[in-house]
Design a binder for this molecule. Structure first.
Ligand code: TXA
Ligand code: MG
Length: 347
């Protein structure tokens, strides 16, 4: 039988102090703690303890080839995890930390192979919630933490999402309410020149360029290749962040041609006027700004996945820079509708 996972709700400053004490003790002993960051919930373990980190891979069913992000409580701790700290890393940390930005740099020898999946680089991030920074500081070690979901599933934005996915596999869940930003951090490789965006996120290419004094970072194409050569973004698999229910995406011009015969939950993303609700659509949600879409996206996909419809249909936002991170996540959660399939696109 799976033992129930303890969930600690944090509603006051004294709850926070107690939760941090308990969670830090678990982490120092090699256990797993899930906690809210500003992006999504993370599943944390002591990044310097290979046995503890192995439990993350096991709990998530994550391939050993996909490296983890290491979370730190300050820049000094970040620098202890990396072998070099170029000016561009400093400029980005000055501008965006604490915040939803992960910097990929050559790793130092305190970071074991298992964290980086054998790579010579490590992703480091200083998250913004006080709770997480207090937890890392109290633990006194960097914390490796992927999103707290089963591998390839939808990322969790509430403690309940984590519990449903990882019940019995994690020692403690800290429930700090829904996460604020809702999609995962921007991941930037800063040990290549120019820096390369491995995963688009809340901090855009334009934001990065401004902080880099006009140096334009390279962006990966949706297929994961880079204009400057083979890029290494192991976590950017084509299907990722995906619901279990069949999920199809439509570009706005396809809307009128789609055969709405199966029972459908419809998500319209973008500023488009939502269509008159087609027959078969039992639920419809419209997310009309990039910020709202980011913060609600995974919650809506979790809800749709559990509401018993035959399919989820997503109408995509325009292919414009402010929607880039949202389009990236939606592409990974869905299959395109190929008109010759007559709506029966399967995965
Ligand atoms: O917002 C976030 O980044 C959340 C919260 C919990 O911090 N974490 C997160 O972790 O999304 P995860 O493991 O679900 O995604 C990490 C991404 C993957 O795409 C992984 O391949 C990439 O970062 N990554 C990590 N280390 C890397 C490295 N050394 N080189 C290239 N990519 C790396
Ligand atoms: Mg993830």
């Amino acid at each position: 039988m799976i033992s129930p996972t303890r969930v600690l709700k944090i509603e006051s400053a004294s709850d926070e102090v107690q939760a941090v004490d308990e969670a830090a003790l678990i982490l120092r002993r090699g256990g797993l703690v899930a906690f809210p960051t500003e992006t999504v919930y993370g599943l944390g373990a002591d990044a310097t303890n290979p046995m503890a980190v192995a439990r993350i891979f096991e709990a998530k069913g994550r391939p050993a080839s996909n490296p983890l992000i290491v979370h730190v409580s300050d820049v000094a701790m970040a620098r202890s995890c990396v072998a070099s700290w170029p000016d561009q890393a400093q400029a980005l940390a000055d501008r965006f930390w604490p915040g939803p930005l992960t910097l990929v740099l050559p790793r130092s020898n305190i970071i074991p192979d298992i964290v980086t999946a054998g790579r010579e680089t490590v992703g480091v991030r200083l998250p913004s919630p006080r709770l997480v920074r207090a937890l890392i500081e109290r633990t006194g070690r960097p914390i490796a933490a992927p999103s707290a979901n089963r591998s390839t599933g939808i990322s969790p934005t509430t403690a309940e999402h984590v519990r449903k996915d990882l019940e019995g596999k994690v020692d403690l869940i800290l429930d700090g309410g829904p996460t604020h930003l809702g999609i995962e951090s921007t991941v930037v490789d800063v040990h290549v020149s120019p820096p390369c965006i491995l995963r688009p996120g809340p901090i855009s290419a334009e934001d990065l360029a401004r902080a880099l004094g006009g140096v334009q970072p390279v962006e990966l194409t949706p297929s994961g290749s880079s204009p400057i050569g083979p890029a290494s973004s192991p976590g950017q698999m084509a299907v990722h962040y995906a619901p279990r229910t069949r999920a199809i995406r439509l570009e706005a011009p396809q809307l009128d041609r789609f055969p709405w015969k199966d029972s459908t939950a419809l998500l319209v993303v973008g500023e488009l006027t939502p269509p008159a609700i087609p027959e078969g659509v039992t639920r419809q949600v419209v997310l009309n700004t990039p910020e709202r879409a980011a913060s609600e996206l995974y919650r809506v996909l979790h809800d749709f996945d559990e509401c018993g419809v035959e399919q989820i249909v997503v109408v995509m936002p325009p292919d414009q820079s402010d929607w880039r991170a949202i389009r990236d996540r939606l592409r990974r959660a869905t299959r395109p509708w190929l008109e010759e399939d007559c709506g029966t696109s399967s995965r």
